[in-house]
Design a protein around this ligand. Structure first.
Ligand SMILES: C[S@@+](CC[C@H](N)C(=O)[O-])C[C@H]1O[C@@H](n2cnc3c(N)ncnc32)[C@H](O)[C@@H]1O
Length: 272
């Protein structure tokens, strides 16, 4: 497993992403003419690195971009002013969660005291929403706990095993918004398995991710035609829509799938 020093050397020295300006320049000028290869995919794969260290390095070099990802500015959903504070990042990210109805599900029983788990809270866009708009109890796990009350993920990029085991059937909501695009297949399946363990029957699993459609830019595809997302030199697989459904079919009924113009799908799934 590559450690903090090695990850930082690869991102800063090998790839030349010394700061957000250098990374943005690469994304605009160089990325379109590249293709993912087995070597570039393996270099910083979530399966090859200490996931906590990878995100720490990214925070250090790129500021708030790892949380609100403005290096590739969104075509829609941007704020009408620059992202200057962590709360601006939260405002922008909450737009995505709101547009997919995630906040509406969380508000449905706002007066009740239900348990909400979130994978990858970032600066807490959803945590603030849950704690100000509902009576629910919030729990979160992130590769970098940037706010109080959030646990650190294991280096392998999953929730701590003892926490999951101790919370069997306790949760009404398990949410991952704007996170699954950063994960390996094993990590995605791992979080869905944790949702199966932690949700009570009738609890909701809510998540979104980019899927492979013809709308992806050509530089997303490797020589076999498989699609990959890239963030700061880390490639992660973009599943076909059928693979995304297959992740949840065993233990969940899919209530809604919402598709955004840019191939982001949002799943709302009921624990059987
Ligand atoms: C794009 S940000 C989204 C933050 C938040 N969900 C929001 O919408 O405001 C992605 C977040 O996922 C976290 N993350 C990445 N890999 C993770 C993993 N394996 N387990 C938990 N969190 C992870 C990052 O540290 C970051 O906070």
């Amino acid at each position: 497993m590559k450690n903090y020093r090695e990850i930082k050397r690869i991102i800063k020295d090998d790839l030349g992403f010394r700061d957000i300006a250098a990374y943005r320049k690469w994304a605009e000028d160089v990325w379109p003419s590249t293709r993912p290869t087995p070597e570039t995919i393996a270099r910083l794969s979530p399966e090859e690195v200490d996931n906590c260290a990878f995100w720490e390095v990214c925070d250090e070099l790129f500021g708030s971009d790892p949380v609100c990802n403005m290096a590739l500015a969104p075509e829609v959903g941007a704020l009408p002013y620059p992202i200057e504070t962590t709360m601006d990042a939260n405002r922008m990210n909450l737009r995505l969660a709101k547009s997919f109805g995630i906040t509406a599900f969380l508000e449905e029983h706002a007066q009740a005291r239900l348990k909400v788990f979130e994978a990858g809270p970032g600066y807490g866009s959803l945590k603030h929403f849950v704690e100000t708009q509902t009576n629910h109890l919030y729990y979160g796990v992130d590769a970098v706990p940037r706010i109080s009350g959030v646990m650190r993920a294991a280096k392998e990029g999953l929730a701590p095993r003892d926490f999951v085991a101790s919370m069997h059937g306790q949760f009404s909501y398990f949410v991952a918004t704007n996170v699954f695009q950063h994960l390996s297949r094993r990590q995605r399946l791992g979080y869905v398995a944790d949702a199966t363990t932690m949700l009570r029957k009738g609890g909701l699993l809510l998540f979104n991710l980019t899927v492979d459609t013809s709308k992806l830019p050509p530089q997303s595809r490797d020589a076999e035609g498989n699609a990959w997302a890239v963030h700061y030199g880390q490639y992660t697989p973009i599943p076909k829509p059928a693979e995304a459904y297959d992740m949840v079919n065993a233990d969940f009924d899919v209530l809604y799938v919402t598709q955004r113009f840019d191939s982001i799908l949002n799943f709302a799934c009921l624990r059987r």
